[in-house]
Design a protein around this ligand. Structure first.
Ligand code: TXA
Ligand code: MG
Length: 345
């Protein structure tokens, strides 16, 4: 059976859609919901049977833990402990960035099922600022477990149609909240005490940038081997966010010479000839991440959409231009690197 999509773009439609979503979540079902980052596949975080349905629909291995979304930041201590030695900086981060695209790893409370945290002693927590998500979470009045609403290892969905392409027939409902505001998954951090300043480790770069976080503490990024990373943020496997089409990330135009008879598509940052990539080949298709002004936030909003469209072409290879590594460029470059590692499957 095909999965219905309910619109939310008028008050009566929103009211009906939220009611349906809450009814399903209360009965232990999963529902795809928009967030400001990407669409999530939601379930009642405190109901292990409901959470199990997330893993089933996504074909996600149970060693990969889920993010818990709270209806309100005031409820943090219902699912997590905030250690005294980092309380000050955690409180400041929450005041500044919640609701929003920042996920914190904190010691978990016993009420959080082991299935949610994959048996880890920590829980990943955030509060979404998306108006549809907020309404559902507040009406349900419970923490919601929600990974990105794609099949495991695939490209994250940033529209209701992209969720449908990933999970049609596997879930009972999708709420359509339009295109996601940021287009990239939340920044995941852990906070440790330090002198004179606390230390923030960025486990997954995202919309809250390293530059943003530096105002609050010393910041470091994990650049570890696959195995080490797998234990820190198990979903951050090297081959992730992968289109089915092989993808190659270039560092400069001279890295690429087209081979006779092969079909290529270009993922271009600005689509400008002077950057040196546009004329490198007779592209089957070129898609531009930031056609408006060559700005990183615009590229981020379009990033997963463009990747998904290029993947549909059936070309031999997707060639990606590099982007600047600052701001949201860090998150996109991280994803392009992972997408260019071929999984052994
Ligand atoms: O923006 C987002 O964060 C979206 C929306 C839906 O909220 N969610 C999302 O979830 O991206 P997911 O499951 O696709 O990615 C969550 C990442 C995974 O890499 C997972 O391994 C990691 O967070 N994670 C979750 N709990 C963890 C924990 N306790 N320790 C370490 N990593 C954790
Ligand atoms: Mg994901």
């Amino acid at each position: 059976m095909s999965t219905p999509i309910l619109p939310t773009d008028q008050p009566p439609l929103m009211h009906h859609a939220v009611e349906e979503a809450v009814r399903l979540l209360q009965s232990g079902e999963v529902v795809a919901l928009p967030t400001e980052t990407v669409y999530g596949l939601a379930a009642d975080a405190l109901n292990p049977q409901a959470v199990a349905k997330i893993f089933e629909a996504k074909e996600r291995p149970t060693f990969d833990p889920l993010i818990v979304h709270l209806p309100d930041k005031k409820l943090l201590d219902t699912v997590a402990e905030v250690p005294e030695d980092v309380k000050k900086v955690v409180t400041r981060l929450i005041e500044r960035f919640w609701p929003g695209p920042l996920t914190l790893l904190l010691p978990k409370k016993p009420c959080v099922p082991d299935l949610v945290t994959a048996g880890l002693p920590t829980v990943a927590v955030r509060v979404s600022n998306n108006p549809v998500f907020k309404r559902v979470a507040q009406a349900l009045n419970k923490p919601i477990a929600a990974p990105s609403a794609n099949r495991f290892g695939s490209i994250s969905p940033t529209s209701a149609n992209a969720v449908l392409a990933e999970l049609d027939g596997r879930i009972p409902l999708i709420l359509d909240g339009g295109a996601c505001l940021h287009g990239l998954e939340s920044t995941i951090i852990k906070v440790e005490p330090g002198t004179p300043k606390a230390l923030i480790t960025v486990l997954r770069p995202g919309p809250i940038t390293i530059e943003d976080l530096k105002l609050y503490a010393k910041v470091q990024r994990v650049t570890k081997t696959l195995l080490d990373e797998a234990s820190e943020a198990p979903g951050q496997l090297a081959s992730h966010y992968a289109p089915r089409t092989p993808l190659r990330l270039l560092s400069k135009p001279s890295d690429f010479t087209p081979e006779e008879g092969r079909r290529y598509a270009l993922m271009s940052y600005r689509g400008e000839e002077k950057d040196g990539y546009v004329d490198l080949a007779d592209w089957e298709q070129m898609m531009i991440l930031s056609p408006g002004n060559g700005k990183l936030p615009e590229a981020a909003v379009r990033f997963f959409y463009v990747l998904r469209e290029l993947d549909k072409l059936g070309v031999d290879e997707i060639i990606a231009e590099p982007m600047l590594e600052h701001g949201m460029g860090a998150a996109m470059m991280d994803k392009l690197r992972r997408a260019s590692v071929r999984p052994s499957r």
